[in-house]
Write a protein that binds this ligand. Structure first.
Ligand code: ZN
Ligand code: ZN
Ligand code: FE
Length: 757
């Protein structure tokens, strides 16, 4: 019996080779009809015997293109048209939200095979790609996504490439960056001043330079990397000193999975993430006795590892190196470099050589970072490979532009039930970073095809992003408290509504009372919150200085725990760097001079690390906490006392008893490893006790976690386990970071919910 059925596929189905795939499937099942891109998805009509249509659909469902993500299929039987053939017909023009821009994807297996095949016309061609892989977001200058609107527009295709591009049965059908050695981009090697070197094979030369210990800036997919041989201690140290990056861990790219497993603990889930087409950096526990320089990731428990994701990377690592340091090429606090000239100007003090090419990167996109916690993938930085695929929400909101916080910022545009989250932008501390922010703002409005009139931003009056809000001609500006945004972002991606117990733990966020919040227990819904509890306030003596010098926080915690007896304790533990500081410290704390109040859990981590004499100073944010986590791994310990006090409507979680417990244990000669773990166990127990107390008062049983502190795996896994044991339903981030990378989404949803009231 002959039928004709019309299907509508929705989800990520455009720009991912879906139409040629459908074409091939239809041909192989001898069906006629057509496939077409439409504003709401891909429409397919197939005509033929009913059983052929049935088996066509089961093949489509079984083996869709790797990058497609089909979220819905609707079908209806339509009138027979007696088509002679199956055709790909032109996209339906016009209408909003046509083709979603897809992310940049790691070289696929088919391309890799051709890359290494001497008989292939793209043998060892560093820009090989197809509809299943290659650059996307990073080469666009405008939408729709067509070659003319990308940085490939200046490379007219040769006849062979053109034929592939036009052939619906070809893997390169409408692969916009399609190219070959005859018509496409090429590599060039420059010296440290940007002068071209005339090497016949720039890649071979670069391998020699890296082997000799030089620092080479290598142009990648979303920006430049600075590369050195990861086994060469001196080279790694040279890179660090030139980059003014003393201790912050450096990412490494390893040849293959086997190498990854040799240097780190790679479980099934880590393996899956490493090999995924997004190819993020994966944080995985170091193994002892590896061959990687100790200067790569000093003091922390993980290596940040990624596998090669461009043809160039594959060739770089093919033979000579097991691992290369591949760190984003930038100066401290500045965004990643993308232009050749920009790189030469900004990196001339760092890089000895530049391996560049003439396919322009038009959109900055850092490497994404992921880890595994509670057995699942957690995203720490959502950029290359993920952005700009929108997050699908369970309901629709009015259009909102959310501007993010000050650090680790992202931008979010809410449109219907889609949240378009920008790639990671970073910290808004330098003019370069602010320029990048503006670039991202324009880009996201193009990608979402939407310039919302309602703007959401932080409560903090001095944030750059807050000031941007004032400058936009918005119909309405809605300001969202930082920790409320944290909790709502986690709710939104988990698709939950109504009131929940929110536990938001991080370094800093501006509170409604003007103090620095960061250890918050909220009763939150998407439009509202009350602060039902928090970590008991303590002082940050010296303000900003205390963030860089955690010994100051240690002193504050000791004063809170011991009152006027603190100097004796601090002296016995050798916490204060110099004798002359005792009196000043006591005075500024007593007089509350330049000593703001905070409930920050992040700073509590810093203070406890200083009490344990891990370090007096930190060189990057989160360093002390990471080292405390590393120290606690795999050891035994038990939790210490804490205090929960109800003060009117607010519950205070006081860690002074824990501080006294740590000091007593140190004096009794207990190990720092054991106490580091005890500290984590105490936090888990305290969070669970707080949640129980709040449940008793409110009857709420759903707990939502968010905040940078939950990047700490011991803390997160332990807290989730405790809460679940106590019968709570627990929700945590999955697709977006728990750190401030999630704030713009939370702001957008909060503002959207408020705008609908
Ligand atoms: Zn490919
Ligand atoms: Zn060509
Ligand atoms: Fe935060």
């Amino acid at each position: 019996m002959i039928k004709r059925v019309r299907y509508l596929f929705s989800g990520v189905v455009q720009g991912v080779g879906f139409r040629p795939f459908i074409y091939r499937m239809a041909i192989s099942h001898s069906l006629s009809g057509f496939v077409q891109n439409r504003p709401d998805g891909v429409v397919v009509e197939v005509e033929g015997p009913a059983d052929a249509i049935h088996s066509f659909m089961s093949s489509v469902n079984k083996d869709p293109p790797p990058l497609a993500d089909i979220s819905g299929i609707s079908s209806e039987e339509v009138e027979i048209k007696n088509d002679k053939a199956f055709r790909i017909i032109e996209s339906e023009a016009g209408g909003p939200g046509r083709v979603h821009i897809t992310p940049d994807i790691a070289t696929c297996d088919d391309c890799l095979k051709e890359l290494l095949d001497p008989a292939d016309r793209r043998f060892r061609y560093p820009f090989i790609n197809c509809t299943n892989c290659g650059p996307r977001l990073t080469i666009i200058k405008d939408i729709p996504y067509d070659r003319i609107n990308t940085s490939m527009s200046c490379f007219p295709m040769c006849a062979l490439c053109q034929e592939e591009y036009e052939n619906p049965a070809d893997r390169r059908f409408h692969a916009e960056p399609n190219a070959c050695p005859a018509c496409g981009p090429e590599l060039a090697l420059l010296d440290g001043k940007g002068k071209p070197l005339s090497d016949r094979d720039p890649l071979e030369k670069v391998i020699k330079l890296l082997l000799a210990g030089y620092v080479v800036a290598i142009k990648g997919l979303g920006g430049f990397h600075l590369a050195v041989d990861a086994a060469n201690d001196e080279a790694v140290k040279r890179l660090r000193s030139r980059k003014f990056r003393e201790e912050k861990p450096l990412a490494i790219m390893v040849r293959d999975l086997e190498t990854a497993s040799r240097i780190s603990m790679i479980g099934k889930e880590e393996e899956h993430i490493l090999l995924s087409p997004q190819r993020p950096i994966v944080l995985a526990k170091k193994r002892e006795g590896d061959t990687i320089s100790h200067a790569v990731a000093p003091g922390v428990s993980d290596f940040g590892i990624m596998l090669p994701y461009t043809p160039l990377h594959h060739m770089l690592l093919e033979q000579h190196f097991h691992a290369l340091v591949m760190t984003s090429a930038n100066q401290v606090d500045e965004p990643i470099c993308i232009e050749n000239r920009e790189a030469i100007k900004r990196l001339d003090d760092i890089a000895d050589y530049f391996l560049v090419h003439n396919r322009d990167i038009l959109v900055r996109c850092d490497d994404s970072i992921a880890t595994v916690s509670c057995g699942k993938r957690r995203i720490i930085r959502r950029s290359r490979g993920f952005a700009p695929i929108p997050i699908t929400l369970t309901k629709s909101y009015p259009p909102i532009l959310a501007l993010g916080p000050q650090m680790k910022t992202t931008i979010c545009i809410l449109k219907g039930n889609l949240a378009f989250l920008s790639p990671h932008i970073g910290d808004m501390e330098t003019p370069e970073a602010r320029d990048f922010y503006q670039e991202s703002l324009t880009l996201m409005q193009k990608i979402a095809e939407c310039e919302p009139g309602i703007v959401a931003c932080d409560l903090h009056p001095a944030y750059y992003t807050t000031m941007i809000a004032e400058g936009l001609s918005a119909s309405r500006v809605i300001r969202i408290q930082h920790h409320h945004a944290h909790i709502v972002s986690s709710m939104a991606e988990n698709g939950i509504e109504g009131e929940v117990i929110g536990i938001a733990m991080d370094g800093t966020g501006y509170g409604t009372d003007g103090t620095v919040w960061g250890g918050e227990f909220l009763i939150a819904s998407e439009s509202n919150f009350t602060r039902i509890g928090h970590v008991a306030n303590y002082l940050l003596p010296g303000g900003e200085k205390a963030i860089k010098e955690p010994w100051r926080i240690a002193v504050s915690l000791l004063k809170q725990a011991y009152g006027d007896d603190w100097p004796g304790i601090a002296e016995s533990l050798d916490i204060v760097p110099h004798k002359s500081f005792y009196e000043t410290m006591d005075r500024i704390m007593t007089q509350r001079f330049n000593s703001p109040m905070t409930s920050s859990l992040g700073r509590l981590f810093d203070g406890v690390a200083a009490i344990l004499r891990l370090r007096r100073k930190v060189t990057f944010e989160g360093q002390a906490a990471m080292e405390l986590e590393a120290l606690a791994k795999g050891k035994t310990g038990s939790f210490l006392q804490f205090n929960i006090e109800e003060a009117g409507d607010v519950i205070h979680l006081d860690f002074s008893p824990m501080i006294r417990g740590i000091v007593a244990a140190l004096r009794a000669g207990r190990s720092r490893e054991e106490l580091a773990l005890s500290f984590h166990l105490t936090l888990q127990a305290a969070f669970c006790k707080m949640a129980r107390t709040i449940r008793d008062k409110t009857g709420l049983n759903r707990v939502v976690l968010s905040g940078g502190c939950f990047q700490n795996r011991i803390l997160t896994e332990g807290t989730v386990a405790e809460l679940e044991k106590a019968g709570f339903e627990v929700f945590f981030h999955k697709a977006i970071p728990t750190n401030d990378g999630c704030i713009s989404l939370g702001q957008a949803v909060c503002a959207g919910a408020q705008a609908m009231r």
